[in-house]
Design a protein around this ligand. Structure first.
Ligand code: AMP
Length: 309
C-alpha cells in the first residue's frame, strides 16, 4: 500500500465505501466499531494482497504504543490498532472501572502516527451473553504475573485470540515492557498454528527511565519520583551482570536494597531472573537472561522487564 495516498484513493476507502453504515470517515484512517465490518475489511485487504499488521492495546496511548504502530508499519501494508479495555483480564478487585480512557485523544494520536485502521469493539460484542469459551496457555502462565494475577492471562489470550480471528493479521507487535505477556501470546500463536509473525518491540521510557505505561497516570508527586526505583533496580542488575556477577541471588538481593533505598514504602511483589524461553528462574545468569519485577509504589502496581545479559 502506498502510504502517500491522500485518503480518496486509499484502498481501505474503496473497501469501506461498500460498508459505510458505522464507519466514521477520517482522511487516511478508518475507525471501525463492529466485528462484522472489521472481518469484512480484513478479508478484503487480504484478498487484495495487502499484508496486515496488528497492534492490540487497551488505549490511553503513549509513545510506547505509538512505537509499536511504527514498528508494524515497517513490515505491513496496513496497520490495525485495536483499543479495548478487556474486562476478562482484570480480577474483580483490580482497576477495570478506573482504568484510564481517552478515546478521542487515542484516535488523534493514531491518526498522527499514520495508522490505517482503529478497531474499537464493544465489550458486549466481544463477550456476548452466555460467552463461555476461553483460551489458556499452560506452563508459561504459572509464574511471575500469572502467580500474582491468576486469571489475568486467560483473559489476555482469549481476547487476543478473538482479535486475531477478527483481523487475521500477518504480523502482530507486542512490547518487551510486558515480556511474559508477549511470550504467552507467542506460545498461543504457535500452538494454535496461526501464520502470524511475532515482533517484540523495545520498551519506550520516560527521560528518567520509568517505562511508559497507561497506569503511570496514577502516579504523582513523590510517588512519580519514587517510581524510578524499578529502573534503578534493573540497571543495577544489568551492571552487575555486565561486570561478571552470575549468581541470581546476589543480584536480586542488591536490587531489593536499591528499591528499599529509593522508595522506602515500596512493596515488592516479585523480582526474578528468568530464562528467556521458559520463563523459569535461572541458576546462573547467561546471555539472554531476563530480569522481571513487579513493585507496588504508593499503591500503584508497576511492572518492568529487561534483558540484563
Ligand atoms: P496495554 O495498552 O498496556 O495493554 O499495552 C498494549 C501494548 O503496548 C502491549 O504489547 C504492551 O507491551 C505495549 N507497551 C506498553 N507500554 C510500552 C512501552 N513503554 N514501550 C513499548 N511498548 C509498550
Amino acid at each position: 500500500m502506498n502510504r502517500s495516498t491522500n485518503g480518496l484513493n486509499h484502498p481501505i476507502d474503496l473497501i469501506l465505501a461498500c460498508y459505510p453504515d458505522d464507519t466514521a470517515y477520517l482522511p487516511t484512517m478508518q475507525i471501525i466499531r463492529s466485528i462484522r465490518k472489521m472481518q469484512q475489511v480484513s478479508r478484503r485487504l487480504a484478498a487484495d494482497g495487502q499484508t496486515i499488521g496488528l497492534v492490540p492495546t487497551m488505549g490511553f496511548l503513549h509513545r510506547g504504543h505509538l512505537s509499536l504502530i511504527k514498528r508494524a508499519q515497517k513490515n505491513a501494508d496496513c496497520v490495525i490498532t485495536t483499543i479495548f479495555v478487556n474486562p476478562t483480564q482484570f480480577a474483580p478487585h483490580e482497576d477495570l472501572d478506573k482504568y484510564p480512557r481517552d478515546e478521542k485523544g487515542d484516535i488523534r494520536k493514531i491518526r498522527e502516527a499514520k495508522g490505517d485502521i482503529v478497531f474499537i469493539p464493544k465489550a458486549d460484542e466481544i463477550y456476548p451473553d452466555d460467552f463461555q469459551t476461553y483460551v489458556t496457555v499452560e506452563k508459561l502462565t504459572g509464574t511471575l504475573e500469572g502467580k500474582s494475577r491468576p486469571t489475568h492471562f486467560r483473559g489476555v489470550t482469549t481476547v487476543v485470540a478473538k482479535l486475531f480471528n477478527i483481523t487475521r493479521p500477518d504480523l502482530a507487535v507486542f512490547g518487551m515492557k510486558d515480556f511474559q505477556q508477549a511470550c504467552v501470546l507467542k506460545q498461543m500463536t504457535r500452538d494454535l498454528g496461526w501464520p502470524i509473525r511475532f515482533i517484540i518491540a523495545p520498551t519506550v521510557r520516560e527521560k528518567d527511565g520509568l517505562a511508559m505505561s497507561s497506569r503511570n497516570k496514577y502516579l504523582s508527586g513523590e510517588a512519580r519520583k519514587e517510581a524510578r526505583c524499578l529502573i534503578y533496580a534493573l540497571r543495577t542488575a544489568r551492571e552487575m551482570a555486565n561486570s561478571g556477577v552470575t549468581v541470581p541471588k546476589k543480584i536480586i538481593t542488591e536490587m531489593r536494597a536499591v528499591i528499599k533505598a529509593t522508595c522506602p514504602s515500596a512493596r515488592i511483589d516479585y523480582i526474578a531472573l528468568t530464562d528467556t524461553t521458559t520463563l523459569k528462574p535461572v541458576s546462573k545468569v547467561v546471555r539472554g537472561t531476563v530480569c522481571s519485577l513487579a513493585v507496588h509504589v504508593h499503591g500503584v502496581r508497576l511492572i518492568d522487564n529487561m534483558k540484563i545479559a
